[in-house]
Ligand binder design. Structure first.
Ligand code: SF4
Ligand code: SF4
Length: 378
């Protein structure tokens, strides 16, 4: 092997000590599982211990997310020791909370006092809303963790429902810190401080949870998208679905001219969640409050479905030809009387470029005024 090289699973890779083992593995398309690594900022707090790999020269186990790849290293990502350490990390994470998807088998008459009490709490969902899309659950299944070792602990965890759009259920928080990175490093809103007793590259104390400073929160929901478990969930979707029941529809955000790419999570033809499309231009997975949460208008019974014409102070339904003829005649009448600058056009920012282009052509070239704008000024 070249002196400046290391190897991962037998494949040579340049090593200069400036990239981590995880980054080097990804450059080779070798998958190493992670939970606390947030891809959007390519950083991790080193809290989960799932990305552990074996370095054959020393026989030691290291966290790939925080260990630089040095020349001469021989890294094995799926060795027996690495996989066993990964299973132990997953077991610790499950047992640190109330991840009852592995222990849902108990009949109601056998429920513990804790379970009875938990059922009566606000925002309690017997089946986790992330069921089927939970990264922790998926890894437990993938690595064949012995479910006999998994326990749903007794004890009530705090629930934070102060946010208008979503709930933090700390019983399902694995203290990975991804919501902290999402808020502080990706959106740079600095609304979720790192708890005082967290240290990097070690599991945080069991009682140290991320707590939001709602005076700083701009309601972007980036933390919601970052969470790998069901610890954060939308209030609007409460008890409407669990993760595996939805289908994903890709679309363009209808709000402003930026054109952010979204995934709509749809169940029974209703949107229950919206996330950004990671890696897609122009938003690279990020969304603002409108794109993330402002989809209710689709189902509003107050939406206009036909043009309305006001007559004698009352609105009546009309056909499109009649309505457009009326608008055209009113614009002509006003321009003839007061000149072209007496009218203005305000187009819809949800329109496509071509429609907006035609709108300004109509006002500039046909009517003769530069009074033209659109409504994305929020
Ligand atoms: S909604 Fe946005 S600003 Fe508020 S805590 Fe989450 S990431 Fe931070
Ligand atoms: S709320 Fe979710 S993202 Fe934040 S630390 Fe807990 S599990 Fe991780």
């Amino acid at each position: 092997m070249d002196k400046s090289c290391a190897s991962i699973n037998g494949r040579p890779v340049d090593a200069d000590g400036e990239i981590t083992i995880l980054q080097a593995a990804r450059s080779l398309d070798i998958h190493i599982p992670t939970l606390c690594h947030y891809d959007a900022c390519d950083k991790s707090l080193g809290s989960c211990g799932v990305c552990v790999v074996e370095e054959r020269n020393t026989g030691g186990l290291v966290r790939s997310c925080s260990t630089p790849l040095e020349p001469g290293m021989v890294v094995l990502t799926e060795s027996r020791n690495a996989v066993q350490a990964r299973r132990e990390a997953l077991t610790r994470l499950v047992n640190s909370g109330q991840h009852n998807c592995f222990v849902l088998n108990a009949a109601p008459q056998d429920w513990t006092a804790y379970q009875m009490e938990a059922m009566a709490r606000p925002w309690h969902q017997a089946v986790c809303p992330a069921w089927g899309r939970c990264e922790l659950q998926n890894l437990v299944v993938k690595y064949g963790v012995d479910t006999a070792l998994l326990e749903s602990g007794n004890g009530l965890f705090p629930v934070d429902d102060r946010h208008p759009m979503f709930v933090r259920d700390y019983s399902r928080c694995i203290r990975c810190g991804r919501c902290i990175q999402a808020c502080n490093d990706v959106q740079v809103n600095l609304a979720i401080p790192l708890p005082d007793d967290w240290t990097l590259d070690a599991p945080p104390p069991e009682t140290a949870y991320p707590v939001v400073d709602y005076d700083r929160c701009v309601h972007c929901g980036e933390c919601l998208q970052a969470c790998p478990t069901g610890a954060l969930f939308e209030k609007k979707a409460f008890q409407m679905s669990v993760g595996h029941e939805t289908r994903m529809v890709r679309t363009t955000c209808p709000y402003c001219g930026v054109g952010c790419q979204q995934w709509l999570h749809v169940k029974d033809d209703r949107i229950v969640r919206v996330t950004g499309v990671e890696g897609a231009q122009p938003n690279q997975g990020r969304l603002c409050v409108k794109g993330r949460f402002g989809y209710d208008f689709i189902y509003s019974e107050e939406r206009l479905t036909t043009p309305l014409i006001r007559e004698n102070g009352e609105l009546r339904e009309a056909g499109w030809d009649e309505a457009l003829d009326l608008v055209a005649s009113k614009i002509r009448e006003t321009v003839d009387t007061y000149g072209p600058d007496s009218v203005a056009g305000v187009s819809c920012a949800r329109s496509i470029n071509e429609d907006s282009y035609q709108m300004q052509k109509l006002f500039r070239a046909v009517i003769g005024t530069n009074n033209i704008d659109h409504c994305a000024r929020t």
